[in-house]
Design a binder for this molecule. Structure first.
Ligand SMILES: NC(=O)c1ccc[n+]([C@@H]2O[C@H](COP(=O)([O-])OP(=O)(O)OC[C@H]3O[C@@H](n4cnc5c(N)ncnc54)[C@H](OP(=O)(O)O)[C@@H]3O)[C@@H](O)[C@H]2O)c1
Length: 337
């Protein structure tokens, strides 16, 4: 087992060591908690140290058993792990963020989390496994004061020592602009969709400039994502001709090219797979045979601006469509957009 390179981030006066790649744990409504926990068990043996968990994935208790077993039997030390979790949208209310974090810690059998995210920047909750046309009657747009009330609770978790760092997910530049000046503890990381068909250069550069580590979800283009997030025009990163061509040259699966690109560009990818051959090669591919500058440039130019996780089940009743969630016109979208 080889050591995976780490990245060092200095934020809020502390130094954070984070592996350059991690393992996702969202079973996409397709895999059971047992299957995902088995992948975590295998992933630990292969050398994964970063695991991207979330309360809403419904498997933290099973993953907790695996982590506890590995720590108890001396396979890994707690301080070698980097465990992420997220507060779900129905737990933003007063006192709820603490409750959510306490439940996650209990399920994962840990004393602290390395990084805790606000999963989405609004409290619009949908049930697990809903279809794409499901709508939430009381869903609402992003409201700065509401977000900050949630963030104050996140900051308190740091003060209490229950989480080492806090971050955000599924944000936009206008939303960052509204909240960053108000944060006592700045977000250290932003987890958002990044793959060769959706590179989000503006948001990526913005995060880097603000010293916020980009963590890329759906890094190989999430071919097994839930039905509700699939539209006919979607472009699969692994089927892009540029990616296939480069994969042939390196004699690897196109998924591996997506991951090499991600690490070399500077984001932390968190690919998911329950299959040993896939998750091992996903991890070890960064140890050798890097992409050339020319190959990096070819992928850079191949961006299709194709968002896969649209979030349509989270829109509010008066919204025109899912685009409002992403503030594409440069301002925070509200009730009338
Ligand atoms: N913060 C958020 O809102 C958010 C949203 C989405 C995801 N996430 C996180 O990001 C993680 C990754 O996203 P994701 O699971 O949607 O997408 P992904 O990692 O891009 O895609 C996962 C799928 O890709 C295939 N795959 C992975 N490695 C492969 C390889 N080496 N060769 C061939 N196929 C491979 C697998 O398909 P098969 O099963 O068919 O082999 C797997 O099910 C999630 O698990 C979750 O932790 C966070």
């Amino acid at each position: 087992m080889q050591d995976i390179p780490v990245k060092i981030l200095e934020s809020n006066g502390i130094k954070i060591k984070i592996p350059c790649i991690g393992m996702g744990t969202f079973g996409s409504d397709r895999f059971t908690p047992e299957q995902v926990a088995d992948a975590v068990k295998g992933g630990l043996k292969t050398g994964y140290r970063l695991f991207d968990c979330a309360a809403v994935y419904g498997n933290e208790d099973m993953i907790g058993k695996v982590l506890n077993e590995a720590i108890e039997n001396g396979e890994v030390k707690r301080e070698e792990l980097f465990i992420i979790s997220k507060v779900w949208n129905n737990m933003h209310g007063k006192g709820d963020v603490l409750l959510s974090c306490a439940k996650t810690l209990k399920d994962l059998q840990l004393d602290y989390l390395d990084l805790f995210f606000v999963h989405w920047p609004f409290p619009n909750h949908h049930a697990v496994g809903v279809s794409g046309d499901a709508r939430i009657p009381d869903a609402r747009p992003f409201i700065t004061d509401e977000f900050m009330a949630c963030w104050r609770q996140m900051e308190k978790l740091v003060d209490m020592g229950l989480v080492k760092s806090i971050g955000v997910s599924n944000m936009t530049i206008p939303k960052f602009e509204a909240v960053l000046p108000l944060c006592r503890i700045k977000p250290v990381a932003h987890e958002f969709e990044i793959h060769p068909a959706f590179q989000q250069p503006e948001l990526f550069n913005y995060c880097v400039e603000k010293n916020i580590m980009p963590i890329g979800f759906c890094p190989v283009g999430s071919p097994t994502r839930p039905e509700r997030d699939t539209e006919p025009g979607d472009i699969a990163a692994m089927q892009m001709p540029e990616i296939i061509e480069i994969a042939k040259k390196h004699n690897v699966h196109p998924a591996i090219i997506c991951l090499k690109w991600a690490v070399q560009r500077g984001q932390i990818p968190i690919p998911f797979s329950i299959y040993e051959n896939e998750y091992s090669s996903n991890l070890t591919c960064m140890l050798n045979d890097p992409l050339t500058n020319e190959e990096m440039e070819i992928i850079h130019k191949a961006d299709k601006n194709c968002r896969l996780i649209k979030g349509q089940v989270l829109i509010w009743p008066t919204a025109s469509d899912w685009h409002v969630l992403w503030d594409e016109n440069g301002k925070i979208c509200g009730w009338n957009d």
